[in-house]
Design a protein around this ligand. Sequence first.
Ligand code: G6P
Ligand code: MN
Length: 445
Amino acid sequence: MKLTILGGGGFRVPLVYGALLADHGEGRVTEVVLHDPDDRRLRAVSRVLAEQAEGVPDAPVVAATTDLDEALRGAGFVFSAIRVGGLEGRAADERIALAAGVLGQETVGAGGIAYGLRTVPVAVDIARRVARLAPDAWVINFTNPAGLVTEAMARHLGDRVIGICDSPVGLGRRIARVLGADPKHAFVDYVGLNHLGWVRALRVAGRDELPRLLGDPALLGSFEEGRLFGADWLRSLGAIPNEYLHYYYFNRETVRAYQRAERTRGAFLRDQQARFYAEAADPGVSALRAWDRTRAEREATYMAENRESAGAGEREEEDLSGGYEKVALALMRAIARDERATLILNVRNRSTLRVLDADAVVEVPCLVDAGGAHPLAADPLPGHATGLVCAVKDVERQVLSAAESGSRATAVKAFALHPLVDSVNVARRLVDEYAAAHPGLGYLK
Ligand code: G6P
Ligand code: MN
């Protein structure tokens, strides 16, 4: 089985390869093709993978190329984890939004819209090529903003593209842990859009254990989301939100915290990764060790400003190991071996959330088998959550429409309609400044 990784020179590729190395089952990936426009990044990551494979007799063979079509031909699975505009682009997204007084996160609010506007045209081009060159391949999209990008690709690939994120899995795992439940036997009733969802129940043998958590302030204070949102607010909501909802419910505080930070997340990662790629090019250095050190630092500082503004303290040891690669591998296995699994994924809605149309990509528990990911029926969201989901989905639709038509006015509408952008004038300023900063937005007229 051939797996193609787009964004193959990316920093998180060794996580995926590490998971593949531990898979010795039938139908496993035997060949990995890394694609990236940047040859230097490909060389650095290839060195890390070679060190990871040392002493593993059935390690998947790795090849690297800068030719997209060659990478796609013959692929059984395509992982897409690209970053259009690089981390410099992410830093600019943040800087411009924060200077205008609004959030500059890569997936939420103004920053997410800017990133979406320059990523969608590239993702659509990839989807068209996959449809032509590898029509039977399954595309697993990690590229952020993951829900929006998956929807853009689904217009060309239908249900053959599935979006993934590790936040809901991490949340479900943490809730199960504090409740003393085995995550493998717990059903997490999580519904929403990517980075905009809520856990409404955690069922073990048919019984909902979440009320026990919501009724116990000590338990609520013992895990990441509990500390981030605070016990009182979680009890008021009667649900546990995805960590990214911290940017909504505590918007003023998070905007201020990021404005005051010495560097934004994107700027921090840009500098950190520049050091890693330079180190990994040095033949005297272990690329794997340099990567592992960099990874640990990245994970420890994830959402640091949010945690600081909420007084939530450091991340817990168990939360540092990610899980992104595990979701990807579990999904691929369920499809390739027809091993039924329930996973929270980004797929087309069908009739899951009645307030959205069938083609809207949502993030919900799905039953996965050789036929792909099938969303499970879900109870409707309460009014406040429905309102947010509908507003943000409409913003995503404006982004898709602006990317298709090249209309600057539609791009302004996308920003202006976002619940975290507080004035049409701010939206106009954002479009002007983003268009001036990003060559990838040159299509907006
Ligand atoms: C979480 C999110 C991902 C994001 C990742 C890394 O896992 O769900 O969407 O890519 O964190 O965030 P970072 O700020 O380190 O790039
Ligand atoms: Mn995510």
